[in-house]
Design a protein around this ligand. Structure first.
Ligand code: TXA
Ligand code: MG
Length: 318
């Protein structure tokens, strides 16, 4: 079992010696290692059972440090960084040779973000290297939003989990690339379309196509998935087709009295999409239990963080 605690110095010591540490961020927990150490990066792929073609995001605490690892920051990227960092936005930028190729899976662009979490920021400030950190889950499974989630799946593979409490955003970062004056969105996450457009008007989306051969490799069709079948539709109608004893329900706002309370998760009784995002992954994990055979879910309104929620639901059901 991994030890957990809020000891930044201990985390630093492990990371400096090439070991991995799970770290909290506002989005999800990350499985972090020294991004400048190819062996640490290789261990990340190994521990997650992640395909070697799927690159890692690097995390730092300042734009000054970002500049060591990227060849340039185009004006549009600078605007986004000013508006959203620290925060749940990842920007693809041209990499320098300072970063080993294994981190970007040989891509010439590196994904960078400054996370908004006080404990992790204080750790990053202490380090003279960035942290490569994918979500701290086995490849393909649901991202962890609590220490217990990391513990359950990677507890026997890592020595330390930096405990920063439950993640406040609860869904991964939005990933964007820059093409001249245009922002290209590869994954919807904690920064919404509305937020982006308020800063850069020209925003184009690639993320809702569920492509098989995506520009961001992690955008594979089946991802973020529990081991149970997830069916999306009108929950009341779906409930007529399944044995109530073996279904789990994830609804946006409504409770369904025809099935037991412990088989359903209401994402937000008040219809708050931020609260719904925060609860989505722990709800999927909770219902991914032996007694449940199928998870019934419904899409949420497609604006704000609703876009990211619907994207993850669609992938969970693919
Ligand atoms: O919120 C987040 O982004 C979390 C926290 C820990 O920061 N991290 C995260 O990492 O979600 P991960 O590895 O689970 O997802 C990162 C996604 C993957 O789909 C990967 O393919 C894509 O980003 N990605 C990373 N580097 C890339 C690159 N150089 N070019 C294209 N896509 C990249
Ligand atoms: Mg992930």
């Amino acid at each position: 079992m991994a030890v957990s605690g809020a000891d930044v110095q201990h985390a630093k010591k492990l990371l400096c010696s090439g070991e991995l540490v799970a770290i909290p961020t506002e989005t999800v927990y990350g499985l972090a290692g020294n991004a400048l150490n190819p062996r640490a990066a290789a261990t990340i792929y190994e521990v997650k059972n992640r395909p070697s073609f799927n690159p890692l995001i690097i995390h730092t605490d300042s734009l000054r440090k970002v500049n060591n690892y990227v060849a340039s920051i185009p004006p549009v990227a600078q605007k986004l960084a000013d508006a959203f960092w620290p925060g749940p936005l990842t920007i693809l930028l041209p990499k320098t040779d300072a970063l080993p190729d294994i981190v970007t899976a040989s891509s010439r662009r590196v994904a960078v973000r400054i996370p908004q979490h006080s404990l992790t920021l204080s750790l990053l400030r202490e380090l003279d290297f960035p942290l490569a950190a994918p979500s701290a889950n086995p490849s393909g499974y649901i991202s962890p939003t609590k220490v217990a989630h990391v513990e359950a799946q990677l507890g026997d593979k890592i020595n330390y989990i930096l405990d920063g409490g439950p993640c406040t955003v609860g869904i991964e970062s939005t990933i964007v690339g820059i093409e001249e004056d245009r922002v290209e969105v590869y994954r919807w996450g904690g920064v919404s379309l509305e937020d982006l457009k308020a800063v850069v008007p020209n925003v184009q989306t690639y993320s809702n196509q569920l492509e098989e051969s995506p520009a961001a490799p992690g955008m594979l069709k089946s991802h973020y998935a529990p081991s149970k079948k997830v069916i999306i539709g009108n929950i009341a109608e779906l409930l007529r087709q399944y044995h109530h004893s073996e279904v789990g329900v994830i609804s946006f706002m409504d409770f369904f009295p025809q099935i037991p309370e412990n088989q359903q998760c209401v994402l937000s009784t008040s219809g708050d999409l931020n609260e719904a995002a925060q609860r989505l992954f722990s709800s999927l994990r909770y219902l991914d239990s032996p007694s449940i055979k199928v998870i019934l879910a419904e899409f949420v309104p497609d604006y704000g963080l609703g876009r990211a929620i619907n994207d993850r639901l669609a992938r969970a059901s693919a």
